[in-house]
Design a protein around this ligand. Structure first.
Ligand SMILES: NC(=O)c1ccc[n+]([C@@H]2O[C@H](COP(=O)([O-])OP(=O)(O)OC[C@H]3O[C@@H](n4cnc5c(N)ncnc54)[C@H](O)[C@@H]3O)[C@@H](O)[C@H]2O)c1
Length: 246
């Protein structure tokens, strides 16, 4: 598997799963634009990519705000060139009991977790159409498979991401562009550690008796972004250590 000569955008690439995706894609030859709201995190990822001999740029910006996405795309096009691999990974998770859930909570989560992928895909899809080749990999969530209390807003957004993925898959199937999603479950990242007070106890209940690692997700993303996955589209590739099979 090689991404030599290809350019990628990874949103939320400054931490956790996005960072691992950026590093794995770069390690296989892609030039990676690491987009993140947290500019320092994006720079740190870029440093790791370069240390391993890879290429990329770090771009600070909000992937859920149209103007910022346009700026990030413009910089990426100017400094890297057309992008044919897109990993829509940036997201937030805030647990809130449904009775306490406010309209603002709902709007914030839908804005970042669902509208963000829409805006970024809109900004990049032209490059893929031009190239006659593209790979869109959206990061959803295993909570869409299991359901989960206190996550109505989040699961609604991530369920939307899966529907969005299937729609893109059918719309661009004859254009050399695939769209797939990976729903992580219990992956050890800063986000997970902010939300789960005792990760070891949760790990003990997992079939594999461990949490997922960001690299577990990144390798699945790399497969879906590869030439080898050309006939795979609209798919949900579960990476959850055997927790759910649907
Ligand atoms: N960790 C898990 O167990 C898990 C489980 C299911 C789904 N996910 C999903 O995986 C993705 C990555 O999560 P993670 O665990 O690596 O989280 P993380 O918090 O470690 O990393 C998320 C990154 O996204 C960035 N980000 C957030 N909002 C942004 C915005 N508006 N614009 C640009 N960047 C933004 C953050 O700054 C951060 O660097 C998210 O979409 C999350 O919902 C994670």
């Amino acid at each position: 598997m090689t991404f030599e000569g290809r350019n990628a955008v990874v949103t939320g690439g400054g931490s956790g799963i996005g960072r691992a995706c950026a590093i794995v894609l770069a390690s296989k030859g892609a030039t990676v634009a690491v987009w993140d709201l947290n500019g320092a995190g994006a720079e740190e990822t870029l440093g790791m990519i370069r240390e391993a001999g890879g290429k990329g740029i770090a771009v600070q910006g909000d992937s859920a705000e149209a103007g910022a996405v346009a700026d990030a795309a413009e910089r990426t096009h100017a400094e890297v060139g057309p992008v044919t691999i897109l990993v829509n990974n940036a997201g937030i998770t805030k647990y809130r009991a449904f009775v306490d859930l406010t309209e603002d909570d709902w709007d914030e989560t839908l804005q970042i977790d669902l509208k963000g992928p829409f805006l970024v895909t809109k900004a990049i899809i032209g490059d893929m159409l031009e190239a006659g080749w593209g790979r869109i990999v959206n990061i959803s969530s295993s909570s869409t498979q299991s359901g989960s209390p206190n996550m109505a807003h989040y699961i609604a957004a991530k369920g939307g991401v899966i529907g969005f993925t299937k729609a893109l898959a059918t719309e661009f199937a004859d254009k050399g562009i695939t769209a797939n999603n990976v729903p992580p479950g219990f992956v050890d990242t800063p986000l997970m550690r902010r939300n789960i007070s005792d990760p070891a106890a949760v790990a003990a209940r997992m079939p594999m008796k461990r949490s997922g690692q960001p690299e577990d997700i990144a390798h699945a993303v790399a497969y879906l972004a590869s030439d080898e996955a050309a006939y795979v589209t609209g798919h949900t590739l579960s990476v959850n250590g055997g927790r759910f099979f649907n």
